[in-house]
Ligand binder design. Sequence first.
Ligand SMILES: Nc1ncnc2c1ncn2[C@@H]1O[C@H](COP(=O)(O)OP(=O)(O)OP(=O)(O)O)[C@@H](O)[C@H]1O
Ligand SMILES: O=c1ccn([C@@H]2O[C@H](COP(=O)(O)OP(=O)(O)O)[C@@H](O)[C@H]2O)c(=O)[nH]1
Length: 227
Amino acid sequence: MAKLFRAVIMGPPGSGKGTISERIAQRFGLTHLSSGDFVRENIAANTDAGVLAKTYIERGLLVPDHVMTRLLLPRLEEMTRHSWLMDGFPRTLAQAKALNSTCDLDLVISLNIPYETLKDRLSDRWIHPASGRVYNMGFNPPRVQGRDDISGEPLIHHDDDKPEALVARLRQYKDLAKPIINLYKSKGILHTFSGTDTDRIWPYINSLLSTKIPSTSQTDTQRIPMP
Ligand SMILES: Nc1ncnc2c1ncn2[C@@H]1O[C@H](COP(=O)(O)OP(=O)(O)OP(=O)(O)O)[C@@H](O)[C@H]1O
Ligand SMILES: O=c1ccn([C@@H]2O[C@H](COP(=O)(O)OP(=O)(O)O)[C@@H](O)[C@H]2O)c(=O)[nH]1
């Protein structure tokens, strides 16, 4: 069996984690794991952890580490036969340490995107809540304005994507991500990509991953919440 590949993608809100994860999943056949999607699924299914997580998300807070690790790590342990890319976890050093004790990561992608770009993108980000599909009126608009391409359901705009909320979210990201980035740097697995345009960053990510994992002809991989 080919060697399994485990990667994490990090970056501030709006940096393109979801967009790039989709491309990686499609090009290389990795399973895209999204912590946000997984939390939302647990909320929808009314699991104990989901009910608890909801009380934090409603207040615009991160879900506590012990809840996130209890939700995610057992699922990762079940993914023994899959290569995956994790988006949205770890978000704290405690989560990174817990992940460390569960698996050996091969690679970490860190996105470094200017504030103005994040602000512009998020003020125009529209989300299909049920699937996590993301649109932007300039970059990848839906075929019908305000409607998801696949289900036709309405798209929503998150209040915390408004510029007023972004500064605080960004500060929180920087504070929390710094020690995680240092940890992955010291392990020699960190790769940082900077720029204002995903289409220009993508070729570099593509060629890095091409040296690490074989590409597949898979074209129909979707954003896959945790199994
Ligand atoms: N690793 C995590 N640790 C703590 N809380 C998390 C984690 N992942 C997700 N959450 C919670 O779930 C919510 C939704 O996560 P998700 O990543 O989809 O959206 P987000 O925070 O708006 O991120 P972004 O704007 O970067 O896409 C978060 O705001 C947070 O409350
Ligand atoms: O080069 C890019 C990459 C992304 N986006 C848009 O920017 C927003 C944030 O992207 P994403 O949700 O992928 O970022 P994340 O918050 O997951 O890091 C979305 O509306 C994307 O459609 C964009 O306009 N240009």
